[in-house]
Design a protein around this ligand. Sequence first.
Ligand code: PGA
Length: 260
Amino acid sequence: MKVLILPSKEAAILRAADIVAAQVRARSDCTLGLATGGTMLPLYAELAKRHQAGEFSMTGVTSFNLDEYVGLAADHPGSYHRYMAEALFDLTDMPIMRAHLPRGDAIDPKAEAMDYEARIAKAGGIDLQLLGIGQNGHIGFNEPTSSLGSRTRIKTLTDSTLEANRRYFDTDEEVPKYAITMGIATILEARACLLLALGESKAEAAAAMIEGPVSAMCPASALQMHAQTTVILDEAAASRLKLTDYYHHVHPGGRESDYS
Ligand code: PGA
């Protein structure tokens, strides 16, 4: 795992944007795995800004989002379809026909989950998967105790996730209780992963992911098994790590080392 610790939230976002932009520039027909959540919003804003400045085009890109809430139609204000349109797709030249998310309002959500997995495979897999991390260590909506061998399926959301999502909905009753999410094995098949975690509230989960045992209790720890994972943290999210001096030594200021 490549652990890059940046001095501030802003610097961490710029660093993550550099990696995504470099991927799109290196292979204009790449397949990106996209994530949602508060952490991704400033990253998408930065990418949209760079796109508008002419740094790269997304016309050749295919994308697959990690997850969508069961029961929400694409035009629901709380859906991830809407989130992605507003945060990135409408602000760039991303071709909407190749921007995939699971359909939350599918008549048969189980079949939709299996079909989504097949669509990723048919597209040739994911080149770069963006990830956030939940305070409980989830990636996508793979909540603690998710099988490390899991595939795209329906997950029941934990109380802590429902609580974190409450701010996006008007009433408790409206907060979705289930999601279709890529599985952990699905995520591990991406050719590279980039996880961004910011702020003190993520410090414990980041430490468990990077330095804890590989365990279904912290689904993000499965990334220890992935050979091409970069984790970008600000100082606050890195505050519970034990080997901080080593990470700074290998990647001073979050920069590349001579060898990686
Ligand atoms: P956040 O969510 O970016 O809103 O903190 C991340 C996640 O739950 O994966």
